[in-house]
Unconditional design. Sequence first.
Length: 131
Amino acid sequence: MTAKTANISLEVDSGIKRRAMAVLEAKGMTLSGAIRRMVTLGILEHRIPFEVTRDPVFAGAGMADCVAERYGIDKSSSPRTGVVTGIVVKMTPEFKREMRSYCREMCITPNALVHLFLGQVAFELRIPFDD
């Protein structure tokens, strides 16, 4: 009998995780759901499905100040803490294989892809492929 769920354990900066989780909560998404959606889009589009930028124009642009305050997000400071923490992404075993294959094709590790994605979510305060 094969397992119906699989996990990928990853490490990310704790401040980025905390801030990205607050953004995802505000958008009604779970961490695992957002990552599965990002990977699915990447597989369909044959690319990393978001732009990576630290252009000040986009910093915090995805969330109004009052909403950020409600979710405990300080828009004036960087989320990086330099402290690494773990996360677990839940998925099916088949999706886990697809994610690993996709990451190999994109020349990026699953951990680096997720950290890049969560960093962009934490920077922009939005899901970077939602408009």
